[in-house]
Design a binder for this molecule. Structure first.
Ligand SMILES: *Cc1c(COP(=O)(O)O)cnc(C)c1O
Length: 378
């Protein structure tokens, strides 16, 4: 069997075709009115996202990395303050901690869910710790309830990195639910094109339920400006373009349906790969649903490089998120850490493989991907 169309990690074109009319006319309207910056679509998107997330304040900004940086700036952290985050994540999370002169304190993740290890957080807390940055990696929430307990006990801020999990629902032990990113002090997300809610360029947002913090976050994102040309604090320039807000307004309406499509693809993969002696499928937790930003397998006794090549020859892309642990990256090496300090992260970096995951995967394609992969590892 051969694939009918080119298989991609993410099919943004196929997704666009279905919302083309709204996106095209909306973008044309922005151009007609030349409201490129802070146009009406930015305000409606802010309100739409606040409503969707059931959060008091959304502050749109230029990208997810800025969102994290602005969040940390708003918390008045001082150089030398320690910020705990996961050793298995995209670099942006640790990057902003370092950029602000704060000390990134890395902790390992759970081997089955890829999320930050709560016991490891507890052990890493010192008198200098000021914040925890859990990353809801690959689309499923970290254990926020236990993280919030630790944070309350030690008076720490919690900045949720929701770049990969927008729309995920967290369920507390008492049965109450909340959207990922609305549980901690601040939530930060990215609208990078390939994210679950992606625009057609860069974009990001910050969420909070705290009025005072919201005002400060907004001020920092706009040059620290309180009133026009009055600058109260050191800020940055971080805005969401109106054109991007148009795209996001069109896609937000479909975000839940997108998550359903991603889950259908994930279930297909699960069924094909469960109980295979050489594969570990991603574990689902009970405290969160999964929005499958990535579908990530762990390979056992398989030459990953060779498998990737063989898949590529058969038209199937597969990616390694992430190949090098943060503490082994040149820019993040420190006396604090040596190889072997984060055994789970080190093992995951060596064995993970992410398969095509998007909203446009049909059954023929999924069948082709799964049968080809199974044949190759026989
Ligand atoms: C994508 C991503 C970011 C950064 O988002 P940008 O919009 O690319 O700056 C931060 N954290 C995680 C976990 C991400 O996946």
């Amino acid at each position: 069997m051969i694939a009918q169309k080119k298989i991609q990690m993410v099919d943004l074109k196929g997704q666009y075709e279905k919302i083309k009319h709204e996106v095209d006319s909306g973008i044309q309207e922005v151009i007609n009115t030349t409201a490129f910056i802070n146009g009406p679509a930015v305000k409606t998107f802010q309100a739409n996202l606040e409503h969707y997330l059931n959060v008091k304040h959304v502050i749109p900004c230029a990208n997810g990395t800025d969102a994290l940086q602005i969040a940390m700036m708003a918390l008045d952290l001082k150089p030398g303050d320690e910020v705990i985050t996961a050793s298995f994540t995209y670099v942006a999370t640790a990057e902003v901690i370092g950029l602000l002169g704060l000390t990134p304190v890395l902790v390992d993740v759970y081997p089955d869910t890829f999320d930050i290890d709560v016991e490891a957080i507890a052990k890493a807390i010192t008198p200098k710790t000021r914040a925890i940055v859990p990353v809801h990696l690959f689309g499923q929430c970290a254990n926020m309830e236990r993280i919030m307990e630790l944070a309350t006990k030690h008076h720490l801020h919690v900045i949720e990195d929701v770049a990969q999990a927008i729309g995920a629902d967290y369920t507390f032990t008492n049965g109450k639910t909340a959207k990922a990113g609305t549980i901690g002090t601040i939530g930060c997300t990215s609208f990078f094109p390939s994210k679950n809610l992606g625009c057609y360029g860069d974009g990001g947002a910050i969420y909070t339920n705290n009025d005072e913090l919201a005002q400060k976050l907004r001020m920092i994102a706009h040059h620290g400006q309180s009133v026009q040309y009055v600058h109260d604090v050191l800020g940055v320039n971080s805005r969401l373009d109106t054109i991007q807000a148009v795209v996001l307004n069109a896609k937000l309406k479909h975000l839940d349906a997108y998550a359903v499509a991603r889950n259908q693809a994930a279930s297909y993969y699960d069924k094909a790969f469960a109980n295979h002696p050489k594969l570990i499928i991603p574990t689902r937790v009970t405290h969160s649903n999964h929005v499958f930003h990535q579908y990530t397998l762990q390979l056992k006794n398989i030459d990953r490089g060779q498998l990737r090549e063989q898949l590529a020859e058969r038209g199937i892309p597969a990616m390694i998120y992430y190949p090098i642990p943060l503490h082994e990256q040149k820019a993040y090496q420190s006396e604090r850490y040596k190889n072997g300090d984060f055994p789970v992260t080190e093992k995951l970096c060596a064995c993970v493989l992410s398969l095509p995951m998007h909203t446009e995967l049909d059954e023929d394609t999924l069948q082709y991907i799964t049968t080809t992969l199974l044949e190759l590892i026989k």
